[in-house]
Every structure is written in C-alpha cells, then in structure tokens.
Write a protein that binds this ligand. Structure first.
Ligand code: G4P
Length: 523
C-alpha cells in the first residue's frame, strides 16, 4: 500500500458523551466489529465502584484484554480506525478536552431518555471551536425515550449543529420495533442481541408493506415524525458535515448491538481521513511524506518506582519510522524516537511505523510540553492546544517555608506540562491552581511532594470560573479598577478574571459589552 493510501484509510475520532450514555458499551461493540474481541458481552460496572480510571479500563478489567487508556486502534472494512479516549467519569479533566484536538471527527453519543447532558455540552464547545465534523447516535432506544424530533431539536438548540436524520425510530421503549434508514429506504428490524439485524428494502415511508409489519399506532407516529423531520432538515451534504455545520443522526441501542454496525458503516464512508493542520509557517497536508506531529497529552506515572512519563503524539503528516531522528521544534533539539509504544487495542507493543492520523506514545524524559511540535526536517509550530477554563480552584500553601524554590519550580513545570493551570492574583502572593477535573488536585499534591519534595496544603477556593479577558482598552481599564481584586495573570501573563459566581459573570458580561470573557485561550 502506498503512503498516501495508508494515510487516507485512517479514521481518527473520539466519542463525546456524558457519563452513562453508553460509551463503554458502544466502544466494545466497535472492537467486536473490528475483530479485536471475540465476544461483545455486557460490560457491567460493579455497584459502588469508583470510575477513577479510564472508562476503557473497565473493558480491560472485566474482559481480560489489554486496552490502552489513550487510543484504540483497529481495522474495520478497508479503514484503520483510531478511537481516541475521552476520559469521562471522575477522571474528566483537561485531557478530555485535549483529546478532541487530536481527532478529525467526533461521535456524539446521547442517552435518548435524557437528551443533551452537561458534559456533552462542554465537549461540544471544543468541537465547535475547531469545526469538528460530528455524527450523532441516539442510544438506548430500547428504553422509554424522548421524542426523536425533540432530541434533534435539543442537539440543534443546545449543541449548535444542524441535524440530518439518517435513520428514524419506529416505536420506542418496550415497543421499539426498529429504524427506518433514509440512506437506502430500508427497514432495520429490532432483534435484541443479534449480530446482523434483518433489513428489508422498501419504496419509501408510505410503502404499504410497512402497514403489514408494524402496529398502526407506532407507524402513524413514525410517518408523522419522519415527514416533519424530512421537511424541517436539509438533505445530507458532506461538505457541510465536514465543516461541522451539519450532523448526520442515527438511532439505536448499543447494548443490543442495534444500529451500531449501520452507524459504523455509514461513519467510515463519510468521516474524514486525516485532515491538514495549520502551523504558523504554513498548512501541513496529512499526505506529505515528511513526518510531523504534536504532543496533545502527557501522562505521568504516579507510582514512585516508575517515574516515567509518556508523551502522546498525534502524527499530522507522513510516516513515522521507529528509531528515526526528529526535531523537537520548541528547543531545536534533535531527538531519536527510539521506542514508541504502539497503542493497539489488543496489545501494547513497540511500534515500528505509524502514519498521519495515528497516535503514538513516546517515553518522555521531561522534554515535552503540551502543544510541542516535532518534525522530521522542517522547523514548524502547529497551532497550540487551547487552555480550557478550569472549574475547580485551590490555593497552594507550602508546609515547609524553606522549600519555596522547589514549590515554585514544581508549579511552573507542572503547569508547562499541562497538569494544571496556574494563576497569579494581582492582589496577593499566593498562587491559585485551576483544573478541569477535581481529581487532578490529588495527583498534583502527590507529584509536588514526590517529585519536588515540596509538602504543601491545597485549600479549595470559592472561585466559580476563570475567563480570559480581551477587548476594548478603555473598558478594560475600567474593568481593572472595578474588579482588580478578582484579576490574575496566567503563566504567560495574560489577564484572567477569576469570577466569584455565575451572577457576577453575567453582570460583567452585560456591563462590559466591548470585552470578551473567553472560556478558551489559544496562544
Ligand atoms: P459510559 O461508558 O458512557 O459511562 O456508559 P456505559 O457503556 O458504561 O453504559 C452505562 C449503562 O447504560 C450501563 O448499564 C449499560 O449497560 C447501559 N446501556 C448502554 N447502552 C444501552 C442501551 O442501548 N440500552 C439500555 N437499556 N442500556 C444501555 P450499567 O451501569 O451496567 O447498569 P445495568 O443496566 O447493567 O444495571
């Protein structure tokens, strides 16, 4: 296979969902279709079990297969799929957002009984920022669910992307009978837990055969909804999908393996192959022969016996060959990527080659920062990964005043590495740490003590959210004098508003219309 063919068959995506929508379940079905696991059973969470590890570890623990916590790579059809993990439960953190900067498209998974939920809203903000192409799967149709039109309306209103239904359900809950596919005018009959569902072609939604197969009540409801949906939505337009403006929508039930294969087939047919990526110098095409990539995640080992770290790199162009020398563009240093880890779903072995679209994990001796570019020959700087507004804050107090230098050094390095965000209030000397997921604090405290020998106390702060401020100079000066007490600088010196509550945030947004209060900050 030529380099170009290898690259163009890659589909790198992530699942965007709220905890319990069914991400683990659908992932397992995907792996089963990819031939990685032989039996796609029901992954059960033990009662009271804490979801502190990656959701995918659940599969690992319960099914005895080895699953990388960062990416699952498996073949499907003629494609090579890279499914990048978005840690969801209590391990929701900045890495969850960052994972979305390493993919070319996303699958939004929605629990049909609950509709659009908070974590999905947050993650979709990143997708919208990057114009990521979105596919929507309405899961759990075997349970009493919201009206399909209402579900799509929520996606449009709350997530801000136009929906184009590719299937529509016939009945729901106990009376869920199947879906109608607009792609080829066919009916997929709901037969729980079967490998292949029966599919019959029809001439359209008014085909009289449907009257023979389905109860009048559900059929009438389906026809009304289908007509309304067709009338209200645009036909599927791949260009609009690729621009992130329009999302194809599917209905099904992951646990019953219903609609999953249809989704996967349709997904690989339209989802983008690795896309070009913007660097300061120029746009880099995925199919260029020279290897380039960027760091989107750094995983530190909290086991003191193994202090190694892994830097996860998204390959942006060309082919990576094991042992080759590359430039670490930020420092200009030449490094040899000696033993990158393969992140295949069935094993974690050393990798000999990887292509644009793939994710590789390399040993990090402390060289890499989030957003660093590495490149075979050319000095390049890919657009940085944004900082995401933290939602949990605390102030750091040193227990031993003599270790102040170590604490400063630790905080600086951990923030460079992307493990926390650091804010220096204009009104006082105690730095504020901000994180997206509250569990990150435990890791930070541990690392400050273990790696920097700086024993410290982290005291929760009542700050509500951080927003990066920019805009009109006169308003900014007025804002500074009125809210100076709540202002801070981030590690690069940008002005940040540490707002005390939601009400205050809304008030300042109203009172200072020429200022922007951004949730993301891109360097
Ligand atoms: P997550 O990774 O997104 O957090 O979700 P996960 O797959 O763990 O699924 C959450 C729960 O939803 C699981 O139940 C799972 O069995 C169930 N589920 C997933 N897909 C479907 C579906 O299509 N229909 C129905 N009815 N349920 C689905 P659980 O937490 O293990 O509890 P239990 O249902 O086994 O008691």
């Amino acid at each position: 296979m030529s380099l170009e063919e290898e690259i163009l068959r890659r589909r790198t995506f992530a699942i965007v969902s709220h905890p319990d929508a069914g991400k683990t379940t659908i992932t397992e079905k995907f792996l089963w279709y990819g031939g990685v696991i032989r039996e796609a059973g029901h992954v059960r969470a033990k009662a009271g079990k804490k979801f502190t590890t990656s959701d995918w570890m659940k599969i690992e623990q319960q099914r005895g297969i080895s699953v990388s916590s960062s990416v699952l790579s498996f073949p499907y059809s003629s494609c090579q799929i890279n499914l990048v993990d978005t840690p969801g439960h209590q391990d929701f953190c900045e890495d969850t957002y960052r994972a979305l900067t390493a993919v070319d498209s996303a699958l939004v998974l929605i629990d049909s009984a609950k509709g659009v939920e908070p974590q999905t809203i947050k993650l979709m903000e990143v997708c919208r920022l990057r114009k990521t192409p979105i596919t929507v799967f309405m899961n759990k149709m075997d349970r009493d669910s919201l009206d399909p039109l209402e579900l799509m309306d929520e996606v449009e209103r709350i997530l801000g992307v136009r929906c184009t239904p590719r299937t529509m359900p016939i009945g729901s809950g106990k009376m869920f009978k199947g879906v109608y596919s607009f792609i080829d005018d066919s009916v997929h009959f709901f037969q729980p837990d079967t490998e292949e569902n029966e599919i019959r072609k029809v001439s359209g939604i008014h085909d009289p055969q449907l009257d023979e197969w389905f109860d009048e009540k559900y059929l009438r409801e389906f026809r009304e909804q289908a007509e309304l949906a067709i009338g209200a939505s645009d036909t599927f337009d791949r260009e609009k999908y690729l621009q992130g403006e329009q999302a194809p929508v599917y209905f099904g039930s992951a646990i019953n393996n219903f609609g999953v294969k249809h989704l996967l087939d349709s997904f690989v047919a339209v989802a983008p192959a690795p896309m070009s990526r913007h660097a300061k110098e120029r746009d880099v095409l995925a199919t260029e022969p020279r290897f380039t990539g960027f760091v989107f995640k750094i995983q530190a080992n909290t086991d003191p016996k193994h202090r190694d770290r892994i830097a996860f790199i998204r390959v942006c162009s060309g082919q990576f060959v094991r042992g080759s020398k590359v430039i670490h563009c930020r420092t200009g240093r030449q490094v040899r990527l000696a033993a990158p880890t393969s992140l295949l779903a069935n094993d974690r072995t050393v990798l000999d080659e990887a292509y644009a679209g793939d994710i590789i994990g390399i040993h990090d001796p402390g060289l890499y920062n989030i957003s660093d570019t590495i490149s075979e020959t050319e000095n390049l700087a890919f657009d940085g990964i944004p900082d995401f507004a933290p939602e949990h804050f605390c102030r750091v107090y040193l227990e031993d005043p003599l270790r102040s230098k170590q604490l400063q050094q630790g905080l600086h390095q951990l923030s460079e590495e992307g493990a926390t965000q650091l804010f220096y209030p204009l009104s006082g000397p105690i730095p504020v740490l901000g994180v997206v997921g509250v569990l990150q604090f435990d890791v930070l405290k541990f690392r400050l003590e273990e790696e920097y020998n700086a024993k410290c106390r982290l005291e929760p702060s009542t700050i509500y959210q951080a927003r990066w401020i920019s805009g009109d100079a006169t308003e900014l000066a007025a804002f500074r004098s009125e809210h100076g007490f709540d202002l801070a600088q981030d590690k690069k010196g940008h002005l940040v508003y540490l707002c005390p509550n939601e009400f205050r945030l809304q008030t300042v947004e109203k009172n200072y219309p020429k200022l922007q209060f951004d949730k993301f900050h891109v360097e």
